[in-house]
Ligand binder design. Structure first.
Ligand SMILES: NC(=O)c1ccc[n+]([C@@H]2O[C@H](COP(=O)([O-])OP(=O)(O)OC[C@H]3O[C@@H](n4cnc5c(N)ncnc54)[C@H](O)[C@@H]3O)[C@@H](O)[C@H]2O)c1
Length: 306
């Protein structure tokens, strides 16, 4: 099997590349390195330094004829989407349309798209399900949602097969503090620099933190399952920011300074994804709980700081 991972030099993409390689799958990467790092790629993996909006994508796919394309390349900075909605839409919407069109032309058997819980906005429900309304509250949420419709229409018009994976807050080694869902990466970055952690509001806002290796496992499962389905990938467990601080405190050993600041306008209060459909469609369950995942992430971050 031959695979291409867009955004393969990024946080989640690079873990996926490692896992595909370990399975003996021939894997190549498309990445413009805007936030990615070629050092994250295992030696020997071909990196096509290319923008997903470029015409070159079609030529590459027609030449390489991959069986499956994992689409992770994106503008992932929510704040940037607010300050420059055009640039965000250009990469996430127009870039995806260009890529998916090229996939259809190159007779790719399946595209697996990294979508996001940002498509829901602030639903005020304790557990979100795939058929809940999508009401994004950021331009990033819109630009992650629109490609889902492109995939459905490309399937209708060209028969291109797909699975849409809507991730909860992904965390793990190599995450940049700037990307989506970056609270773990932000806290670890500040810990390394000896800076206090900043908690907004009462710290009782909750997130569903899913470890990157579990997200990779869902992508691998989607190669052969979940055709034409939209599936949430999360732990279905709510973790408050205060609890996250406590867990980090336990790992760090010495007391961590915490600064309290007023609640930020526009922040989602609670976000937790049901994973019943992930089990039903992909046979997927999370292997890592927060304690295990945070320990490996903490150890990685502190090692790289040395
Ligand atoms: N991290 C999360 O919590 C999370 C949650 C939900 C969804 N996602 C989605 O997962 C995917 C990967 O996110 P990540 O956290 O690994 O971010 P990341 O920034 O580490 O990875 C994105 C990669 O895409 C590349 N890229 C950006 N624009 C490009 C372009 N125009 N052409 C080619 N390559 C380009 C970057 O260089 C980078 O390597 C994204 O699609 C993101 O929307 C992430």
């Amino acid at each position: 099997m031959k695979a291409i991972v867009t955004g393969g030099a990024g946080f989640i993409g690079s873990h996926l590349v490692e896992a595909l390689l370990a399975k003996g799958i021939n894997v190549q990467v498309i990445d413009n390195l805007s936030t990615g790092n070629p050092d994250y790629l295992p030696p020997g993996v071909p990196l096509h330094r290319m923008d997903i909006r470029s015409e070159d994508v079609r030529a590459l796919l027609l030449r390489e004829r991959p069986d499956v394309v994992f689409h992770h390349a994106a503008q992932v900075d929510v704040q940037r989407s607010v300050s420059d909605p055009g640039a965000d839409a250009s990469v996430n919407i127009a870039g995806t349309a260009n890529l998916v069109h090229a996939c259809a032309q190159a007779s790719v058997q399946k595209i697996i798209y990294a979508s996001s819980c940002a498509v829901y906005g602030d639903l005020q429900t304790t557990l979100v399900h795939e058929d809940d309304p999508t009401q994004p509250i950021s331009f990033y949420g819109i630009s992650k949602l629109a490609p889902e419709s492109y995939l459905r229409v490309f399937h209708r018009l060209y028969g291109l097969n797909y699975t849409i994976l809507r991730y909860a807050n992904v965390y793990g080694p190599r995450q940049t503090p700037k990307g989506e869902g970056g609270v773990v990466a932000i806290f670890l970055d500040r810990l390394r620099k000896g800076l206090p952690l900043i908690v907004y509001g009462d710290g009782e806002q909750t997130r569903d933190f899913v470890y990157v290796k579990d997200v990779v496992k869902a992508n691998l499962a989607a190669i052969h399952r979940g055709d034409r389905h939209t599936v949430q990938i999360g732990t279905a467990a709510s973790v408050s920011v205060n609890r996250l601080v406590q867990q980090l405190q336990a790992l760090h050993g010495v007391p961590i300074a915490v600064m309290r600041e007023p609640e930020r306008a526009g922040d989602i209060r609670h976000s937790c994804l049901s994973n019943a459909k992930a089990y039903e469609q992909l046979g997927w369950t999370a292997d890592y709980d927060l304690v295990q995942g945070l320990k490996s992430t903490y150890e990685y971050e502190m090692r790289t700081a040395e």
